[in-house]
Design a protein around this ligand. Structure first.
Ligand code: SAH
Length: 218
């Protein structure tokens, strides 16, 4: 067991060096978090040996766990320092949720597919992330009861930025969201400051669809 854990720890360190630090991610707290969180536990055991590869992996129900670098890039753009309340749309495997839980004060995560939640919740619980709250819902409506959020991350691709998410973003606040068509999107950073919205286009990405009232229609 401990030999196996060593094996995965080494795979994680390699992943961080060769895929993440090597591509210019400099946030030390983020690099440490990615060295710490056991990504393999968030996928089927049959895929454990691929869990630290430079690609997304299937997690069932036609969904995927994002490529490690994309998780890092999106998280870095949020600029988390530790005191933030974060909203995540698209819990999926729960891996990105764990990274956020390492770096922020409180994480609220919304997932629309019931079948994905048991494993995500179980793993997050076993790893001791008690600062995470998850609900099953259409996340394009945000999570009004807990708004406003210092940071919002959308981990599925959308044709438009859901209006409720813009409204639930604190001032100042930052949101990262892949915007585009079904096949390709642009990772987009939205900042709200002094009542003004600023938009920055970061890089091309490919995500599964954000399906809901303010995303793609089911
Ligand atoms: N962060 C996750 C990404 C999973 S893929 C991970 O790395 O594992 C994107 C997820 O968004 C899928 O689980 C999908 O079911 C979910 N999703 C799509 N539309 C959604 C919506 N309207 N509300 C909440 N979750 C949604």
């Amino acid at each position: 067991m401990s030999q196996k854990n060593d094996h995965f720890r080494i795979a994680r360190e390699r992943m961080v060096e060769s895929q993440i630090a090597a591509r210019g991610i400099r946030d030390q707290r983020l690099l440490e978090a990615m060295k710490k969180v056991p990504r393999h536990l968030f996928v089927d055991e049959a895929l454990w040996d691929q869990a630290y590869g430079d690609f997304p992996l299937p997690i069932g129900q036609g969904q995927t766990i994002s490529q490690p670098y994309i998780v890092a890039r999106m998280t870095q753009e949020l600029g988390l320092k530790g005191h933030e309340k974060v909203l995540e749309i698209g819990t999926g495997s729960g891996y990105q949720t764990a990274i956020l839980a390492e770096l922020a004060d409180k994480v609220y995560s919304v997932e629309r597919i019931p079948g994905l939640l048991p494993r995500a919740k179980k793993v997050l619980d076993q790893l001791g992330y008690h600062n995470v709250l998850i609900k099953l819902d259409d996340g394009t409506w945000g999570w009004k009861e807990h708004a406003p959020f210092d940071a919002i991350i959308v981990t599925a691709g959308t044709p438009v930025i859901p209006e409720p998410l813009l409204e639930q973003l604190k001032d100042p606040g930052v949101m990262v969201v892949p915007v585009g068509d079904e096949y390709s999107q642009t990772l987009t950073r939205i900042t709200k400051k002094d009542g003004k919205i600023e938009t920055t286009y970061l890089e091309g990405v490919r995500f599964v669809k954000l399906i809901g009232d303010h995303g793609w229609r089911a």
